[in-house]
Design a protein around this ligand. Structure first.
Ligand SMILES: *Cc1c(COP(=O)(O)O)cnc(C)c1O
Length: 435
């Protein structure tokens, strides 16, 4: 087993603990609450989300984007309404991709006008539902969908606010910009936009308000992100020119990344901030997009660092010289940490032993879950204190694409509890699991 990356991934865990959490004696704390106590009170496995961390990240991003863009939270990153509510209260809109997410957004307190509906396969019932209830924009992704949304508007006697989702010729791929965009089920190819515009403008039930682009996730390089945004403004200007009137919205998508693995950097918000005056100047120089509301819709970036997945060691054992810690949680709750959610290379998430923070000796080990499959591995090359049955392990960076992106029915284990810690609220600790 290669162990070269281990000290670095430990360094990432230490950096994240220093940035977001506290340490008191042997205990890792979340807004002052020891994980050990939370695990005792709520049981394990346990997802813990800290509202203060979410608010701090939201404010940092909003201050970096000031004068340029409005923020919508992409609710698929964490559809728990209590998590979304934290951002809604701070002024965020919500980006959804299903009727279920629409309900979660409303439950979180979002106004219909602040909700954007994307997704390549919206069903008729979903379209009818959001048109009846009210929606900020539906993002059109195919010719078929133009017809469906127009029919819904006609049937329900409403004019439906829409934007066109564009699959750009320049896309972020693996953290780098690539010209000649890939084939994609999402949106319309930029090359075909003229025909799409003609089709949308021919529908009296559709009010074409804007353009939407989202071409890459987990971007850690500020220049890549900015190049994508710059291209988005160009596309918006061309669309406005083609339709002969100004656009009201330009949605530049999400994709802001967070560090998960050894060697990952942190997205440099200062570099983003420093480049924004030139983007703002670009927008203001073009009358047809000058007054448009620019939107970004991050998911992972806003809630990922605020979440921990806490498991308890059930069994410690050794096989042919390799140490295994078998825990009560695993890929059925946290597929992404197991490396099976689309990762090309399986690399470990940052882990800590949250009740043994003062333990010095490191022990190389593999952390696995209770499922009967070798896929159920939470870390392959962890470096933890010598742990035994009953000890706790916390997976950091687990607030986004955690429980929601996991095969919870696989092997019929119970769901984990989810709790919100909000030291600034009247009820600082609450179970918020949907089940
Ligand atoms: C998933 C998604 C997002 C959020 O992506 P992140 O990488 O979590 O920021 C934003 N917009 C759309 C349309 C999405 O599908």
């Amino acid at each position: 087993m290669p162990s070269a990356e281990t000290p670095v991934s430990r360094a990432l865990a230490e950096r994240l603990v220093a940035a977001h959490f506290g340490v008191c004696g042997a205990d890792l704390t979340v807004s002052g609450y020891p994980i050990r106590d939370l695990a005792q009170q709520f049981g394990t496995p346990l997802y813990i989300y800290d509202a203060r961390i979410m608010r701090r990240i939201f404010h940092e991003l909003r201050s970096a984007l000031e004068e340029f863009a409005d923020i919508h939270f992409s609710i698929k990153a964490n559809p728990n309404p209590e998590v979304a509510r934290v951002f809604v209260r701070e002024g965020a809109g919500i980006e959804i991709a299903s009727a279920g997410e629409y309900r979660a957004a409303r439950q979180a307190g979002a106004e219909p006008a602040r909700i954007l509906f994307a997704g390549p396969g919206k069903r008729d019932e979903e379209i009818d539902f959001v048109v009846r209830e009210g929606i900020g924009e539906i993002h059109l992704e195919s010719m078929e969908e133009i017809r469906r949304v127009a029919d819904a508007g006609t049937r329900l006697a409403r004019t439906v606010p829409v934007a066109i989702r564009v699959n750009p010729v320049a896309a972020a791929q693996g953290g780098a910009m690539r010209m000649g965009g890939a084939a994609s089920p999402f949106g319309f190819d930029e090359e075909d936009i003229d025909a799409v515009l003609a089709r949308v403008l021919a529908e009296p039930a559709l009010d074409l308000r804007g353009v939407h682009m989202f071409a890459g996730t987990q971007i850690l390089d500020a220049d890549t992100l900015l190049a994508q945004w710059w291209h988005g403004l160009d596309v918006a200007a061309r669309i406005a020119a083609a339709i002969g009137r100004p656009l009201q919205t330009i949605d530049l998508g999400g994709g802001l990344g967070i560090p998960y693995h050894a060697g990952d950097r942190t997205l440099d918000l200062d570099a983003v901030r420093a480049a924004l005056p030139s983007l703002v100047a670009r927008q203001k120089s073009e009358p047809a997009i000058r007054d448009a509301r620019v939107i970004v819709e991050p998911g992972r970036f806003l809630c990922g660092p605020a979440g921990l997945y806490v498991v308890r060691v059930n069994t410690a054992k050794t096989s042919r010289g390799k140490r295994f810690l078998v825990t009560d949680g695993g890929m059925h709750h946290h597929l992404a940490a197991s490396g099976n959610l689309g990762q090309v290379i399986k690399r470990d998430y940052p882990l800590v032993a949250p009740a043994r923070m003062d333990a010095g000796t490191d022990e190389p080990c593999s952390v696995v879950g209770p499922l009967c499959t070798p896929l159920d591995t939470l870390a392959r090359n962890a470096q933890l204190p010598p742990l035994a049955a009953g000890d706790l392990i916390a997976v950091l960076q687990s607030g986004a694409y955690g429980l929601t992106a996991s095969p919870t029915r696989f092997l019929s284990h119970p769901l984990p509890a989810e709790i919100l810690v909000d030291a600034d609220a009247a009820i600082p600790l609450r179970a918020i699991a949907q089940s």
